[in-house]
Write a protein that binds this ligand. Sequence first.
Ligand SMILES: [Zn+2]
Length: 136
Amino acid sequence: MHELSLAQSLVEQLLVLAAEQRATRVVRIRVRIEPLAGVVTDSFSFGFEAVKTISAVTRDAILELDCPPASYRCLACGRLSEHPLPPEIPCPGCGAKNRQLPTGGDQLLLLQVELEEQETDNGKTEPQPREVNSHV
Ligand SMILES: [Zn+2]
């Protein structure tokens, strides 16, 4: 269960972040799963939903996934396309067949975390979106 351990390290990272920011709750997070990360998104979401219940801080966190598609590079001429070409279709750039390799990032990135802070002096608590860009 690769996805479950990723979800575990994500929740651990959120707890550290929340503690650093003196936040009481993680409201929402945005995670990018790059196309070659080898992560099954459904399993990852499922794992996160299970693991987040270990702490009241993360229990209600909403997970948003950002999953950009892979692009395909022709090994012969370097042409990039967004979708894989069926094997019988030659590369529009050079006519080579079966020379395409998927390209794209292979990381799982925590893009944004929205935290609910402890009550401030004026008694207001507002979720603060934070830009975070770190590997999980
Ligand atoms: Zn080509």
